[in-house]
Design a protein around this ligand. Structure first.
Ligand code: ARG
Length: 580
């Protein structure tokens, strides 16, 4: 409870000064108690022993005796085994919870001071989106929601791979197939086979390979007809990607597309500015930069970043440098976030390094590679289809929805067909997203249908069910949530105390999830909130109660829990059905 720390801090600051101790020591020692239940906060006095030449027990007792009695309206203070233990009083919790209850933002303080670009999803044209793109899409979208809720300005950018040498062979293959047939194949999402056919022709048919090479030159030269054909590839692929986005319910739309091709005109500027900074050197015919932080190849030689190849073509790094110029200078961003898999760690480190050397990034900027691990199957291998191909994402998502339909038909056979369909979509998609978001993003996770669709454990259905249950409490009572606005909170039982304290932590968890770009922290919090709600509901009668004021207070706690779960899930990009 950050708020409690803030409120009791001045009291202990006074104690520190009367003990002639530096205030710094207090801010280092005062922290949430390690075992929930003992106290809310604690000051371990063991490290003070050396400075004060007394036992920790002695010191903690003295601190307790020195705290002004005025603290008693906020917290109880006691000492044990060399710790000063601090616990919020019920009165304090009641006051704080009424404040949050009336706050639409649930305690989260608004901040407008930063401007972010979040680069996420970024599939490649004419290639199936793989589960890595799914992770990027789901994690990136949640980060966008968190940052926007906080109040920051956020630009979403979908840096699709829509440029480069493979487009020569892709366009030639499109011509061979005929535009209509090719569009059909791509439009239904048969991207992988289209790509593979082109690749195999390129490798086996000489004349096709040379046609493809010519085509790249024409594409780069801006040949009108070639550009028209290229656009077909892009728009048909986008049609498929948009289908995936719409099933997933992510915020990305066509206006967020800022593919590699859009940085074309900035590439010569990159070359010019790198050379003016005197960091561009010629190496075996290519123009390269050696980053300050040295990277060695297998032979132990220093590795440069190739900006322009000998044949004049620019590569991925050059585009990313142009992209940095665009984001910092056109959009005036302070924070550049790249939600991309861990294998590109070195690429981003090198690019950020060069951008700093060239002055594209300076102290006012934060560029962060928000990396993530892989999605594995039950055998611990990268998730693939049964045939060993990339899994088609629309198939995966529709499988999740149909599995969810089965689960809820069994759980709640009384739902109407429409209710079942609506909930199945929310539960199926929520389950896939949550499985992804609830794992610490840098770790790999195992894709497991049964686990993600289970109503037990740290899963989306568990949280959605807790929310739906709260909705049903209100549908059973004749008191509406709006009439609770002025409720007076009465915290008596330990289960309601714990629930209230967890509700008070929401704002802090949002801050932590944002600072570390870690939606899994929000997931863990929502799971602990839902579990404390379950024990509250089991032990503290809400409607079956003689005390009218207590009924209102408990209903208000239910309402606040429901709103917090719903908001939390919304920030993860997950819907909360009212019935399930
Ligand atoms: N299209 C790339 C891929 O599929 C990801 C692009 C990430 N964004 C960036 N600015 N490099 O690997």
């Amino acid at each position: 409870m950050e708020i409690l720390i803030k409120d009791i801090y001045p009291f202990f600051k006074d104690v520190m000064s009367s003990l002639n101790l530096d205030e710094q020591i207090l801010s280092e020692l005062l922290a949430p108690a390690t075992t929930e239940g003992h106290a809310d906060l604690a000051i371990p006095c063991h490290s003070l022993s050396k400075i004060m030449k007394r036992s920790p027990v002695d010191i903690s007792e003295e601190i307790v005796s020195l705290v002004s009695d005025d603290i008693l309206s906020i917290a109880k203070v006691s000492s044990k085994n060399g710790f000063v233990n601090i616990s919020a009083t019920n009165n304090y919790i009641e006051t704080q919870i009424s404040r949050i209850f009336k706050d639409e933002r649930l305690g989260v303080v608004y901040d407008h001071s930063r401007t972010f670009v979040v680069d996420y999803s970024a599939p490649n044209v004419a290639k199936e989106m793989h589960v890595g793109h799914l992770r990027s899409t789901v994690i990136g979208d949640s980060i966008v929601r968190l940052l926007s809720f906080k109040g920051y300005t956020v630009y979403r950018e979908n840096h699709i791979g829509d440029w480069g040498t493979p487009f020569g062979m892709l366009i030639e293959h499109l011509l061979d197939l005929g535009e209509d047939k090719a569009a059909k194949e791509l439009g239904v999402g048969d991207l992988d086979s289209f790509y593979k056919q082109a690749r195999s022709k390129f490798n086996t048919i000489d004349n096709f390979a040379s046609r493809s090479r010519n085509r790249v030159v024409m594409l780069q030269g801006g040949d009108k007809e070639t550009l028209r054909l290229w656009k077909i590839l892009v728009s048909e692929s986008m049609r498929y990607f948009n289908e995936v986005y719409s099933i997933l319910g992510v915020l990305l739309s066509d206006s967020d597309i800022k593919g590699e091709s859009s940085y074309h005109d900035l590439l010569p500027v990159v070359i010019d500015r790198l050379s003016k900074s005197n960091i561009l050197v010629n190496s075996e015919g290519a123009e390269v930069v050696f980053p300050i932080k040295k990277w060695l190849n297998r032979e132990g030689d220093e590795m440069p970043v190739i900006i322009r190849k000998g044949d004049g073509g620019y590569n991925y790094s050059a585009t990313d440098l142009a992209c940095i110029i665009d984001r910092t200078e056109r959009l005036n961003c302070t924070d550049l976030i790249y939600v991309v898999g861990t294998p590109q760690k070195q690429h981003f480190e090198m690019v950020f390094d060069i951008a700093q050397m060239a002055g594209f990034l300076h102290e006012g900027h934060n560029a962060t590679h928000v990396n993530f691990g892989s999605v594995l199957n039950q055998d611990g291998k990268i998730l693939k289809s049964r045939e060993g191909n990339t899994i088609k994402l629309v198939d995966l998502l529709s499988e999740s929805i149909s599995r969810a339909k089965e689960v809820i038909s069994e759980k709640n056979p009384n739902l109407s067909i429409n209710e079942k369909l609506d909930s199945a979509k929310m539960i199926g998609i929520g389950a896939v997203k949550y499985a992804d978001l609830s794992t610490e993003r840098t770790k790999d996770y195992v894709f497991d249908w049964d686990k993600m669709l289970s109503f037990e454990g740290n899963t989306a259905p568990y949280l959605q069910y807790a929310h739906a249950r709260i909705c049903s409490i209100f549908s059973k009572s004749d008191i509406s949530s709006t009439s609770l606005y002025d409720s007076i909170f009465i915290i008596i039982d330990k289960e309601e105390e714990l629930l209230a304290k967890r509700l008070l932590s929401f704002a802090n968890i949002i801050e932590e999830s944002i600072i570390t770009f870690s939606p899994h922290k929000l997931c863990n919090y929502l799971h602990s909130l839902a579990s404390s709600f379950a024990s509250f509901y089991e032990n503290c009668p809400v409607l079956k109660n003689d005390n009218k004021e207590l009924i209102k207070s408990r209903l208000a706690l239910c309402d606040l829990t429901g709103r917090t779960l719903k908001k939390g899930l919304e920030l993860l990009g997950i819907d909360s059905p009212e019935k399930m």
